[in-house]
Write a protein that binds this ligand. Structure first.
Ligand code: MIG
Length: 767
């Protein structure tokens, strides 16, 4: 894109406008650390479709103009703009963070038609040209970069050397590292350099392209053929601060209902109430903790949304209640496609109100998905969202509080949805090519708002497709993985990068969705999956069974132990979710988030942290019974043996089938519960504190885990301090009536049980 030289500049508050020979450009400060850089190329330049937090904090900008550059200085950043609008960004001390690349891209030319034809014969990839895009942001590669984020992309933690595309895609073949697209588009990239870190959020919902040094090691870029050059540069003094700033912009998840942090059991293939009753009875009988059962397509009448199958799921109200009484929540699947059937209530309502996406001729656009021919609700329109949200009422009245949104890329079986399909909007007419990536986002928003409105409780929404910001409404899973060791391995960097991209509440199908699992893979998967923020075993129709009992008693006993561990850790996990509301810091983290200066962890794919206190180094290879573990700085305690180990070293750890290596950072106080069969099984009167410290502190929250009463002060906040030979426990805020009655303190294999008093609890520890 030719911009020409700067002719004039003009500053108004946080906004600096640059008149260029061939365009208009803007640099706008959202905060001292977040700056939006835009070049207007379409009239819609400033109208963001997404609910980005653009509320500006007044920023003092010092503007200095010289012969060949303009310098903007805030208390955090120095931005130098060259006469041709190349932008270089430094920190306040003049350390270079990020520089626009000066040359032209080398590009990759596509093949000629003859070669393409040849490749096509066998169904091989024809490649595509990467010559130039209308919008390109090309940054100079200084050589010390590591790249993270970009949502759930395949491959490894560090994205350097790879290229990706943002175009929400439903592809059930095994996801491998050459995949460019998956279900989600999160155009947020973190660049970690030796002495600095920053993020860039590309505010362009069309199909976008990322190349992180694959085409040419001298630069990395993001690009699009439509929309505007519009991105936010997000600074932070460390990676956590970058994430905090990014989630300031795009939003954070509020605390989920406690039950949704328990174990979920699912399968496409639980085809009737009887199937579900059998599963739930077995779970309870075998004492496998579980809170939630997902209902896949079969519960509906021919996949018509908001209906129930009258034969196999008769009297759903009683069914849902019966399960609720046994401690199970039901999460039914809802796809966006509405069957275009005359007389079908949902379809007719939507049609009468023109709620569906339309062709250029103004007819309802249809394609094929599970119900057959379907129309696609236009979730961009707030009225459509309200209509859709309201239709959940019947489900919610039955006691349902969670909804599973699938196929919302949106998927289409009969060829791609054409670019020019129209989604009417008050802001401006929108075409599919601009809406595609944000379709799932707005579907989740509709669902979230409906569930919240009718239940008053915290909705649990699970989605497959989404965009930056959907974390405000939904948890995510990584779609149709397979029962492959490679997919168990990949789930770690995938969920870690989702976390770094603002999606704290994420998981992969435990056991793998497609293909057949083995008992060893299932065990190892539970040993990782019990730490996924979203913990669900889910399976496809065609595969062999993979419920915890599918491989006999020995396997079941190991799996049960890890599901129980999940339930024991719920207070720790929940507390993190509450803290995350203020920071956006994910709970399942790559080690690099905590130890960003440690060279050993920048590309560590097979270890992760659960919050800042627990390090997990699972076995993710077939046949392995021991592994190399890296522990970063500090002292660590082996969870299983209690042994104390000095960090910043590699060690070999034995890991027979029943052991997943887990380490607790010395200095930690881990809040725990006894394992229950489901989260509300009984009122918990005793909080367990495991002390892995001689000195330490924990701020810990407790609320009802269900609704928004905490916003009105109905929560308790505890402070636990270990110092000298004592543990001090205090209630800093008392607003929730179920204050714990007892504390069970576990320190070096000794257990102390004391009554908890509102004030002045002191436990003497025999050190
Ligand atoms: O591919 O609803 O990813 O979890 O079980 C079929 C049936 C459509 C895809 C989802 C999967 C779900 C399945 N759906």
């Amino acid at each position: 894109m030719e911009l020409g030289n700067i002719v004039d500049i003009n500053q108004e508050g946080n906004l600096v406008e640059f008149r260029l020979e061939q365009s208009l450009a803007y640099i706008e400060f959202i905060t001292e650390s977040i700056v939006r850089i835009m070049v207007k190329s379409e009239d819609n330049y400033a109208i963001s479709l997404l609910d980005i937090n653009d509320s500006k904090i007044p920023v003092h900008i010092e503007l200095v103009k010289s012969e060949d550059e303009i310098v903007l200085r805030t208390s955090k950043l120095i931005i130098k703009i060259m006469s041709d609008f190349k932008v270089d960004i430094y920190d306040k001390n003049g350390l270079l963070l990020c520089k626009d690349f000066r040359g032209k891209r080398t590009g990759i030319a596509g093949l000629d038609n003859e070669s393409k034809m040849l490749l096509k014969k066998e169904g091989q990839d024809e490649g595509s040209s990467k010559e130039s895009y209308k919008v390109e942001v090309i940054k100079s590669m200084e050589g010390d970069e590591f790249f993270y984020g970009l949502g759930e992309k395949t491959g490894f933690l560090n994205k350097k050397g790879y290229d990706y595309e943002m175009w929400n895609t439903d592809n059930p073949t095994p996801h491998v590292e050459s995949f460019k697209q998956l279900y989600k588009s999160i155009p947020f990239l973190i660049t970690l350099r030796s002495n600095s870190v920053f993020g860039m959020y590309f505010n362009n919902s069309y199909k976008t392209f990322y190349d992180l040094g694959k085409e040419d090691s001298r630069y990395y870029y993001f690009a699009a053929n439509d929309g505007n050059l519009d991105y936010y540069f997000i600074y932070g003094s460390n990676m956590k601060e970058v994430i905090k700033n990014y989630t300031y912009l795009t939003g954070r998840a509020s605390r989920p209902p406690m039950w949704s942090l328990g174990y979920h059991q699912s399968r496409w293939g639980y085809n009737s109430k009887k199937d579900i009753y059998d599963i739930t009875m077995k779970l309870r009988k075998l004492r496998i903790p579980c809170d939630t059962i997902h209902l896949d397509l079969a519960y509906m009448e021919g996949c018509r949304v908001f209906t129930w199958n009258k034969n196999n799921f008769s009297n759903p109200k009683e069914f849902v209640k019966h399960l609720k009484d046994k401690g199970f929540n039901i999460v039914p699947i809802i796809d966006p496609g509405v069957k275009t059937e005359v007389g079908y209530k949902i379809y007719e309502e939507g049609k009468a109100n023109q709620y569906y996406a339309e062709t250029v001729k103004g007819e309802i656009y249809t394609n094929e998905v599970w119900p057959g021919e379907v129309a696609y609700p236009n979730f961009i329109d707030p009225e459509v969202r309200k209509w859709w949200g309201d239709h959940h009422k019947d489900l919610l009245d039955m006691g349902i509080q969670g909804i599973w949104n699938d196929m919302n890329e949106p998927a289409s079986f009969r060829g791609a949805i054409p670019d020019d399909i129209i989604f009417k909007s008050k802001k401006r007419p929108l075409q599919h090519k601009e809406v595609h990536n944000i379709y799932g986002h707005f579907m989740c928003k509709a669902t979230f708002e409906g569930v919240k409105k009718y239940t008053g409780k915290r909705p649990f929404i699970l989605t497959r497709a989404c965009y930056s910001g959907t974390q405000k409404y939904a948890a995510v899973w990584t779609g149709d993985n397979h029962s492959l060791w490679a997919h168990l391995q990949m789930s770690i960097p995938q969920i870690c990068n989702l976390g770094l991209s603002g999606f704290c509440f994420a998981g992969a199908d435990v056991g793998g969705y497609g293909s057949d699992v083995t008992d060893e893979l299932l065990i190892r998967w539970y040993q990782v999956g019990c730490f996924y923020p979203f913990f669900r075993n889910h399976n496809t129709l065609a595969s062999i069974s993979q419920e915890p009992w599918s491989f006999g008693e020995t396997t079941l006993n190991i799996i049960r132990k890890y599901i129980e561990l999940r339930y024991e850790l719920l207070p720790y996990i929940y507390n993190h979710f509450i803290n995350q509301e203020q920071t956006g810091i994910p709970i399942m983290q790559p080690l690099v988030l905590q130890y960003e200066n440690d060279a050993q962890v920048k590309e560590l794919n097979d270890e992760f942290m659960l919050g800042e206190n627990i390090l997990v180094a699972p076995i993710v290879e077939q046949g392995k019974r021991c592994r190399l573990v890296y522990l970063p700085e500090g002292r660590w305690i082996d969870y299983w043996t209690g042994e104390e180990i000095l960090g910043q070293q590699f060690m070999i750890k034995d890991a027979p089938l029943e052991i997943c290596p887990i380490y607790i950072k010395k200095g930690s106080i881990i809040p725990m519960y006894k394992a229950m069969q489901y989260t509300g099984e009984e009122d918990i009167e005793e909080l367990i504190l495991k002390l892995y410290c001689d000195e330490g502190e924990l701020i810990y929250y407790q609320d009802n885990g269900i609704d928004y009463a905490y916003e009105q002060g109905e929560y308790n906040m505890y402070k636990f301090v270990v110092e000298g030979n004592y543990l001090y426990a205090d209630l800093l805020h008392k607003g929730y009536d179920k204050v714990y009655k007892k504390l069970k303190v576990i320190y070096k294999e000794k257990t102390y049980v004391v009554d908890f008093k509102i004030e002045g609890n002191i436990v003497k520890l025999r050190k």
